[in-house]
Design a protein around this ligand. Structure first.
Ligand SMILES: Cc1cc2nc3c(=O)[nH]c(=O)nc-3n(C[C@H](O)[C@H](O)[C@H](O)COP(=O)(O)OP(=O)(O)OC[C@H]3O[C@@H](n4cnc5c(N)ncnc54)[C@H](O)[C@@H]3O)c2cc1C
Length: 433
């Protein structure tokens, strides 16, 4: 379903691959991650080619809510607990620099960029305690925050913490402007690799290095991304006649309601669930819309999904020891605006051989021994054994029918197929047979 961004931006056209090609860096995927990587490669003078199987911004990047913030839920306590204060500092610095880069770039791009506070709100007492702890950590990390009230949310909150100087924008106006002069080939689908040679639906591309910016990485012979990631689907209504809160807001628990303003509309997000499960979606969001904004009207609605990592930190860096010339950026945990900018910076630094002092916290080769690994493993094992007729072309899990969106969805890794078997979301790289 078209998002409000797709309805209100003019997309530039790009050619398809016409012949076999050669380059230094092949970037696969034309969302924020791939396009920003291409933008910085061009600035550094690195020969590159970006290929996109559909159209740039057509997938998750065109269906985001586009809050640009360093406040990713209550992420800093989690990072500090797992990896220490230096890791939390690196995470903050990478995202703060990303926000600053957007701020600079948006000075000359017409993309509805606006400064806005970011807020995490709590509705229950234990959530409030977490807010207070996150606020103390913000102070030691130098994050400009304050405890605040509900900012005009449509329900009462017990506590909230806001970060100043964050932003929101129109993601596709930005992406299309950045992409305009880049070497991009659309409708060019990488089917497989032989070392760093890519075989596409149009021919071959010989590269020295490859950046996998395909949202869910599809090269399964190394890196264990099929064990390290799962996908969460979320739903958004653009509402007329609904007063937005005075900040970009999100609740403490996973899949809580999200709010931001866009022009005269409220972007109201929620109903989230693991892709392939049926415990959320538009009906849940609709019930809440009627409760909190009974006089509102739905102007547009859309759904999308993002990759969730084992520890809440993206995987950005070398793909795997066995693939030394491959790089990756994934697992943005629904915070891909600053994360994709941070990724593009880190990967470009790696490509030119420059040290990036914030890269370590994102290194994909960090330990996988997290409780979520067991959850992912048990879930996949259960689904592999289910005797259902439709099987995913990625790793063979049983597909579940999604009645709301009329698709076949994989609860293991989040691939989705249309009723006629075409790929809607990867990692699957082949349609249903
Ligand atoms: C509902 C929702 C709301 C969100 N809101 C926010 C927010 O407010 N703030 C925030 O920071 N983040 C938010 N996010 C997260 C953010 O939107 C994503 O993390 C980010 O857009 C992902 O960008 P990407 O480039 O990695 O993926 P994508 O945009 O999906 O790009 C990947 C591209 O790779 C292409 N591709 C895949 N396989 C191949 C292949 N084999 N060959 C060629 N091309 C291929 C695809 O066609 C696709 O275009 C939200 C996510 C969701 C789902």
């Amino acid at each position: 379903m078209e998002s409000i961004w797709q309805k209100t931006a003019q997309k530039p056209q790009f050619p398809v691959q016409q012949q076999d090609m050669q380059t230094d860096v092949l970037i696969v995927g034309g969302g924020f991650t791939g396009v920003l990587c291409a933008y910085f490669c061009k600035q550094e003078g690195i020969p590159y080619i970006l290929v996109e199987k559909d159209a740039i911004g057509a997938h998750i990047s065109g269906h985001t809510t586009a809050k640009i913030t360093v406040q990713h839920g209550l992420c800093y306590q989690k990072i500090e607990k797992s990896y220490g204060k230096e890791a939390a500092r690196q995470y903050y610095a990478a995202n703060r620099d990303a926000l600053e880069t957007y701020r600079q770039l948006c000075k000359t791009i017409d993309c509805d960029f606006e400064e806005q506070e970011a807020v995490v709100y709590a509705r229950r007492k234990p959530e409030c305690e977490k807010i207070t702890a996150e606020y103390s950590l913000y102070q030691t990390l130098g994050i400009p925050a304050k405890l605040c009230d509900g900012k005009g949310l449509p329900f009462s909150v017990l506590g909230a913490v806001s970060v100043k100087g964050q932003a929101q924008f129109h993601p596709l106006k930005f992406l299309y402007a950045i992409a305009r002069d880049l070497e991009i080939y659309e409708n060019t689908f990488v089917k497989r690799f032989d070392d760093t040679r890519a075989y596409t639906n149009r021919g071959k591309i010989d590269a020295k290095r490859v950046v996998i910016a395909t949202h869910f990485p599809f090269v399964d012979r190394a890196g264990l991304y099929f064990m390290k990631l799962y996908q969460q689907r979320s739903y958004v209504f653009a509402l007329e006649n609904a007063e937005p809160p005075d900040a970009m807001c999100i609740g403490v628990p996973e899949n809580s309601l999200s709010f931001r303003r866009f022009q005269g509309l409220l972007l109201f997000g929620g109903g989230g669930h693991k892709t392939g499960k049926s415990d959320g979606g538009y009906p849940v969001l609709e019930k809440l819309r009627r409760l909190y904004y009974p006089k509102s009207r739905i102007q547009s609605r859309w759904a999308a999904q993002d990759c969730m990592s084992l520890d809440g930190i993206p995987y950005i860096g070398r793909y795997a020891g066995l693939l030394p010339n491959f790089y990756v950026a994934t697992g943005f945990n629904k915070w891909g605006m600053t994360s994709s900018m941070a990724a593009a910076r880190i990967l470009t630094d790696m490509l030119v051989g420059r040290n990036n002092e914030n890269a370590e916290v994102f290194a994909p080769n960090r330990s996988i021994w997290k409780p979520q690994l067991l959850v992912n493993g048990l879930n996949s094992a259960g689904n592999l054994l289910l005797p259902l007729p439709h099987r995913c072309t990625h790793l063979g899990c049983a597909l579940h029918y999604n009645r709301q969106e009329h698709s076949w969805d994989c609860p293991c890794h989040g691939s989705r197929f249309s009723e006629s078997g075409e790929i809607l979301e990867n990692p699957a790289n082949r349609p249903l047979g």
